[in-house]
Design a protein around this ligand. Structure first.
Ligand SMILES: Cc1cc2nc3c(=O)[nH]c(=O)nc-3n(C[C@H](O)[C@H](O)[C@H](O)COP(=O)(O)OP(=O)(O)OC[C@H]3O[C@@H](n4cnc5c(N)ncnc54)[C@H](O)[C@@H]3O)c2cc1C
Length: 416
């Protein structure tokens, strides 16, 4: 097993966990080179992004430098932007030349899906990267400064109306955190603003929120979020985003200066451009071993892959827990193939879902047991703290939470 090169593109949940597991599997086979490529030099822990926006967690504490991991390990990290993949020539084309591979793992994740809604790409705030989280935080704080000086009541109400499109996990968690930020430290700092004028509106095209949990828990979550004063409008598709308003399917114009897009994802453009079978979101269709059927030795996973689960009779959702489990499976299969053994099919084991609904509140299901309120929130914090990469970040985030509980959250803009 000498002189073989495994290239993993993307150091997010799927890619990083492939590299870590591959290294474990190939500990004794020094001849195999493992190369991990990503345009960013850090791994982002996206489940805590809404806490970055609300200021309860510092931005740097949810990212981990990949080189710090690879330095002590067998895999090599290179900071390269992937431009395209030539599956016939077995080459990855990057901003710094071509990289050849024997085995390839495509873990390039997804991008925000604006569903072709007019004005959304240009005017809505996406919520996917660290930069998005900080940009949104700055926007909210900036609008309160403007509203404080705005004499015209109509213009002030528009500045103080925050609209989120999409009531999935991300939209609902973000709305709840924004509510805590606005009605906590911001409210104390702007005594001239009447906080009854502030509106947080979540628009959802479907008839329910947080699709990852059961109908019963979703209904409970809806009740809890509404009781905070967050407006959730179901069966309300958005058809346009303008400078001063969002346009709804029934022709209503909802005045707002901020539209936040949390309505879904689609495949990364590099993945979408691959000449293989894809679904309507541009994700590549993989077989039961997560391989691209016409190209042996090429695997795709996480948000980049359309993976049918025969037991659930459904396509697996774009979540970190799916990506991590797929990464480990791909790594085991690559190791098996390199040793001349057959591959094993991927079997997804759902561990549960937890949704934070702001300080002290949440809903979730783990191992078939349902949780809500404070227990769900404490579980959310414990589970995600444990899943963060690196002890340094776990300690930092725990300290951030303690500081945010003891003192007021910071409301300074982060400009750099
Ligand atoms: C705000 C938010 C909250 C979430 N909360 C949860 C949650 O609570 N639980 C859960 O299970 N899931 C959650 N998710 C979903 C989860 O983050 C994704 O499903 C998961 O990250 C998918 O893993 P991945 O490896 O496919 O992609 P990613 O983790 O996104 O990794 C893709 C990597 O590819 C790199 N990349 C992309 N394009 C290029 C290129 N052209 N060149 C080089 N590198 C490139 C990126 O820099 C990135 O590092 C959340 C997502 C968001 C945005």
């Amino acid at each position: 097993m000498t002189g073989r090169r495994v290239v993993i593109v993307g150091a997010g949940f799927g890619g990083l966990f492939t590299a870590l597991e591959l290294e474990r599997q190939l500990r004794k086979e020094a001849g195999v080179k493992i190369l991990l490529l990503d345009a960013r030099n850090f791994h982002l822990f996206s489940p805590m992004l809404h806490e970055v926006t609300s200021g309860s967690v510092e931005p740097r504490h949810v990212v981990w430098p990949v080189r710090a991991l690879s330095g002590k390990r067998r895999f090599t990290f290179e900071g390269r932007e992937i431009r395209s993949i030539d599956l016939e020539r077995r080459k990855v084309l990057t901003d710094h030349g071509e990289v050849g591979y024997d085995k390839l793992v495509i873990a390039l994740g997804s991008t925000t899906n604006f569903f072709g809604v007019k004005g959304a790409v240009e005017k809505a705030f996406p919520f996917k990267s660290l930069q998005d989280a900080v940009r949104l935080r700055n926007r909210v704080l900036e609008l309160f400064e403007k509203a404080d000086l705005e004499g015209d009541p109509e213009r002030r109400r528009r500045l103080l109306t925050f609209v989120l499109v999409g009531a999935g996990c991300t939209g609902v968690e973000l709305a709840s955190e924004l509510h805590d930020l606005i009605h906590g430290p911001i409210a104390k700092s702007y005594p001239r603003i009447d906080f009854h004028e502030v509106r947080l509106v979540v628009l959802e095209a479907a008839g329910r929120i947080i699709p990852c949990v059961s109908d019963r828990l979703a209904a409970l979550g809806l009740e809890k979020v509404r009781s905070k004063g967050i407006e959730i409008r179901l069966h309300t598709p958005v058809i346009g985003v303008g400078d001063d308003a969002v346009e709804l399917a029934d022709a209503e114009l909802l005045p707002t200066a901020t539209v936040i897009w949390t309505a879904g994802v689609k495949a990364n453009p590099v993945v979408e451009a691959l000449p293989v079978e894809k679904d309507k979101l541009g994700r590549v269709v993989v077989d039961e071993c997560l391989e691209l059927p016409p190209f042996p030795g090429v695997f795709a996973l996480g948000d980049a892959a359309h993976c049918w689960d025969p037991r659930l009779q459904a396509v697996l959702p774009p979540t970190a827990q799916v990506a991590v489990q797929q990464g480990r499976c791909v790594a085991r299969n690559i190791a098996r193939e390199l040793r001349g053994q057959g591959k094993e099919p991927f079997v997804y084991r759902h561990q549960g879902d937890l949704v934070s609904l702001g300080t002290g509140d949440g809903v979730g299901e783990i191992a078939g047991l349902a949780f809500s309120g404070l227990p769900a929130w404490l579980l959310w914090r414990s589970v995600f703290l444990a899943k963060l990469i690196g002890w340094k970040n776990r300690v930092r985030v725990a300290m951030d939470w303690i500081v945010a509980a003891l003192f007021e959250r910071d409301i300074s803009k982060l400009e750099w």
